[in-house]
Design a protein around this ligand. Structure first.
Ligand SMILES: *Cc1c(COP(=O)(O)O)cnc(C)c1O
Ligand code: SF4
Length: 347
């Protein structure tokens, strides 16, 4: 499911009506380090680093997200999430290509069953945006993203295991797939009587809010399954009016909105920023769910926040937010049967 490759668009416009369909926004995303630097007003000094990182994991930034980045500021917290740096190409001990060891948990193509009662289905191989810290930046998606024919095997697996209550569409980003494909898949899940919930893990309503269109709301409205959407937002600046509008439409068809963030050095690694994020999420009708510590993926070590600092931040945050706006601070431990709450390491 690779979107059509296009030449990076230099058309910057704030008017969503003139941005075109979500599909054209997806294929028109910036995919060239040089174009990204030009768009945010950074000079050529940043180019060698950007090109080095781009070779390992390509640059991809949709215009709608780009419009929320401040120009001429290399430290902009949104830019830092998408701009490849020299540091990505340095090998750091302990940072590996498959930190979650997911390659070992795929009983059927396109499916990861690690936790009881729920399975994660890799619905699409691509994302609308490429986040530099992504724990799947080296994941062999092409081997795992199932074709329609291969879904047969995956759906059989779900039908045969009546301990399963929830199907989670993930990726990549499941909403990169077409609505006809998603409508078909959700229809198949709907028919599995032991399933109660449909969950989507997606960043698309944030990075291209126009993705939440009538065609998407139609298949979401059309299922008996309860719907949960876990968005991925790391900084309050990611939530503008267009995101709030997309969230309102989702809530209108009964979707429960949650958010997961990653704790990232230089993006959201201080109390004021995390607090502002929780407050802003709630304004958009989204509840904070998880705050993940970084998975030790090769190329992302420069985003790391040490455990003792993460715990300290979270403790202070606990004193400043109501319980329902405090995300759970967790780490993904390979082999564990759930996300693991962070423990302060002994000194
Ligand atoms: C994170 C994750 C889930 C969902 O976990 P919750 O705690 O229910 O949000 C399910 N399966 C896999 C493989 C996961 O990594
Ligand atoms: S949207 Fe999620 S899966 Fe896709 S690159 Fe970003 S962090 Fe990774």
């Amino acid at each position: 499911m690779q979107p059509v490759q296009t030449i990076s668009s230099s058309i910057a416009c704030d008017d969503s009506a003139s941005r075109g369909s979500w599909q054209s926004q997806l294929s028109g995303a910036i995919r060239d380090p040089k174009a990204l630097l030009a768009a945010v007003g950074l000079d050529e000094r940043w180019l060698p680093g950007a090109q080095g990182g781009h070779q390992a994991f390509e640059v991809r930034v949709p215009q709608a997200y780009l419009s929320r980045i401040k120009r001429d500021d290399p430290n902009d917290p949104l830019l830092r999430q998408v701009l490849p740096l020299d540091a990505e190409t340095r090998a750091v001990a302990g940072y590996v290509t498959d930190p979650l060891e997911e390659a070992d948990h795929t009983p059927a193509t396109g499916l990861i069953h690690k936790y009881a009662t729920r399975v994660l289905m890799i619905t699409s191989s691509a994302c609308a945006i490429n986040c530099r810290y992504c724990f799947r930046r080296h994941f062999p998606y092409e081997d795992h993203a199932a074709s329609r024919a291969q879904w047969g095997e995956t759906l059989d697996y779900l039908r045969d295991d009546d301990s399963l209550i929830e199907a989670i569409l993930s990726g990549g980003d499941p909403l990169v797939s077409s609505d006809s494909r998603l409508a078909w898949l959700v229809g198949e899940l709907d028919a599995i009587s032991h399933l109660k919930r449909l969950r989507l893990h997606t960043r698309l309503p944030v990075v291209i809010p126009d993705r939440v269109d009538d065609a998407m709301l139609a298949w979401l409205s059309n299922t008996r399954l309860q719907k949960v959407m876990v968005l991925h937002i790391n900084h309050a600046n990611e939530i503008d009016d267009s995101v709030i509008n997309a969230c309102e439409r989702l809530k209108g068809v009964g979707v429960t909105l949650l958010n997961q963030s990653v704790l990232l050095r230089g993006v959201n690694d201080d109390v004021a920023t995390l607090r502002a994020l929780s407050e802003r999420l709630f304004e958009a009708g989204i509840l904070p769910y998880y705050l993940h510590v970084l998975d030790p993926v090769a190329g992302a070590a420069h985003f790391d926040v040490p455990d003792h600092e993460a715990c300290q931040l979270h403790d202070v945050l606990r004193g400043q937010l109501p319980g329902f706006l405090l995300p759970r601070l967790v780490r993904e431990v390979p082999g564990a049967d759930a996300k693991t709450p962070l423990q302060v390491p002994p000194r």
